[in-house]
Design a protein around this ligand. Structure first.
Ligand SMILES: [Zn+2]
Length: 555
């Protein structure tokens, strides 16, 4: 009798489990099936059209874009994430720097005139109308890094207070390839220009110039050049810091060529100097040259807008998974080939479409997911991750209740991929979930082979990671199923060189194949589906610099 009962129980259990699995399976399949390339195309067609005017914060393009996003969230069944609103106001200040086109460098009685922005691309982040720099002493400060944990300090015994520092881009690991130096060729945060500006200010420098180098920067000089002549957005400075004096008076880049002429005046060769600066114990030095420049600033206070929608969970509704993609781009600007609208179809139209399709998959499930799902479209990513940083300080769900963030950026519409490339590979347990989900699609997960460009620090998952939320930036990017690796890499190079941050980043239905992005959306939906139907918390891996975040204590 007992045995019979046990058998009956076992059978019942099996039936129930089977029913649950097949029901879950059916649900999952329904979600996955709802994702399609043609749906993705509809979103990008709209978001990348001239009607959206390049989606620049503070312009007419902002209103059109954010209203469109809210409308679409509502259409796919997501409710407002901020009380009764889809919108979160992000207080910001926009600064336009105008620089006298001549920057004078004096070395004894030799004078060289550099032009802005072709030789030197600088701006002032200060809320002051006039910045006059007169014969500021230049100091070469190696990589401009102070990293006690790496046993590295370029500022040791170097007096840079009130002076202008000239520093190298990236970190010594890249140029030596030595895996024990920082993270070898993979860029650490110390290699990012944002870090170098922050550190220069902490050291009390008046100004900072980063020597451009294409491999170390991850892009050509045209990028900082263009950025310096465009208005820039900052968070509104806190009380007590009204003029933003916690930042340097001026920040920017010097082109490789201009740096060559500057350092030849000093009797140095830049490449040689870089080699020296990679050696532990290298000491920077006071240069013989002084620099003068004038910057006029105009600024306006304004608020931009984050947009987010919420699908409230059925069981653990206070815990959420975030899918994000920035909505902003560069608006209308310098004309190229007769086109002045920076449509940003790939940056970041395709990723916004990816977010919507994932959201649509969740709302097409037979029942609510256990955990809540947030679709998040931050503003001002291109201006330094402003919208996402603001959100992580003022979130719809507390950071310690945010289970994971999946963000995307620059998803190339070049068809199905064999790989799923993880930027920032090795940081968290999400990597393993991605690898498992990739295998289901007959794909493989791979680290980003160009981790030296520091992409992990360059999009909206980064503020989440800084707050301790395991975050993924993953997309097919390395090996086309049809055309292989070389072709794929040529496509990416072509995009970076000819369309990235340029008016030519257009929606081109005849050339595009969105099937790969649809697969990426199914993959991210699958992982999110698993996370929303369990109470599993992905963890940081040992050795990740985010491992020590305070909020981790809550996990
Ligand atoms: Zn982007």
């Amino acid at each position: 009798m007992k045995r019979l009962l046990t058998t009956v129980y076992a059978i019942c259990f099996l039936i129930l489990t089977f029913a649950f699995i097949s029901c879950g399976d059916r649900d999952l399949k329904r979600g996955e099936r709802s994702i399609s390339a043609s749906d993705l195309a509809e979103y990008v067609k709209a978001l990348g059209s001239d009607d959206f005017m390049g989606r620049k914060p503070f312009t007419g393009g902002e209103k059109i874009t954010t209203e469109y996003l809210a409308e679409q969230l509502k259409r796919i069944g997501f409710e407002p994430a901020f009380g009764d609103s889809y919108f979160q106001k992000v207080p910001a200040v926009e600064i336009t720097s105008q620089i006298d086109d001549q920057i004078v460098i004096k070395n004894g009685n030799r004078i060289i005139k550099m032009s802005a922005p072709d030789d030197i691309a600088v701006i002032s982040p200060r809320l002051t109308e006039q910045v006059s720099v007169k014969e500021s002493e230049l100091v070469f400060a190696g990589f401009g890094i102070n990293a006690p944990e790496a046993g590295w300090n370029d500022f040791e015994d170097l007096d840079v207070r009130g002076k202008t520092i000239v520093v190298l881009i990236n970190d010594p690991g890249l140029y030596t390839g030595d895996p024990t130096l920082f993270k070898g060729r993979e860029m650490t945060y110390f290699g990012r220009w944002t870090y170098k500006y922050e550190e220069a200010a902490r050291q009390g420098a008046k100004g900072v110039l980063i020597i451009h180098e294409t491999e170390g920067a991850g892009y050509q000089y045209t990028i900082p050049r263009k950025s310096s002549i465009s208005p820039k957005l900052y968070m509104q400075p806190a009380a007590g810091n009204e003029s933003n004096s916690s930042q340097c008076e001026f920040t920017g880049w010097i082109s490789a060529q201009a740096a060559d002429s500057l350092f030849s005046l000093e009797g140095y060769d830049v490449d040689q100097l870089r080699k020296e600066a990679c050696k532990k114990g290298f000491r920077g030095f006071r240069m013989k040259s002084v620099l003068s420049l004038e910057i006029k600033n105009t600024y306006t206070f304004n608020t931009s807008t984050n947009v987010a929608g919420l699908l409230k969970g059925g069981k653990n509704a206070d815990e959420c998974i975030v899918y994000s993609a920035h909505w902003d781009h560069f608006g209308i600007g310098e004309k190229e080939n007769g086109d002045s609208i920076y449509n940003g179809a790939v940056d970041n139209g395709t990723s916004m479409a990816w977010v919507f399709e994932i959201g649509q998959a969740f709302s097409s499930l037979g029942k609510l997911p256990d955990r809540s799902v947030i679709l998040f479209f931050p503003t001002a990513e291109e201006q330094g991750l402003l919208g996402s940083s603001y959100y992580t300080e003022n979130p719809a769900f507390p950071m310690e209740k945010t289970v994971a963030c999946f963000n995307n950026d620059l998803m190339l519409p070049i068809g199905k991929m064999k790989d799923i490339m993880i930027t920032g590979y090795g940081h968290s347990g999400l990597d393993d979930m991605i690898a498992e989900a990739a295998a289901r699609q007959d794909r493989y997960a791979s680290p980003d082979p160009n981790s030296h460009t520091g992409m992990f620090y360059r999009s909206d998952h980064f503020p989440f990671a800084r707050k301790g939320v395991p975050s993924a930036f993953a997309r097919g990017n390395l090996e086309s199923r049809e055309h292989g690796r070389e072709w794929t890499s040529a496509q990416e190079t072509d995009y970076i060189n000819n369309r990235y941050h340029r008016p030519a980043d257009n929606y081109e239905p005849d050339k595009w194949d969105l099937e790969g992005i649809a697969e990426d959306a199914r993959l991210a939906f699958y992982i999110g589906y698993r996370l929303t139907t369990t109470d599993y918390w992905p963890q940081w891996k040992r050795g990740s610099e985010f491992h020590r975040q305070e909020t981790l204590g809550a996990r």
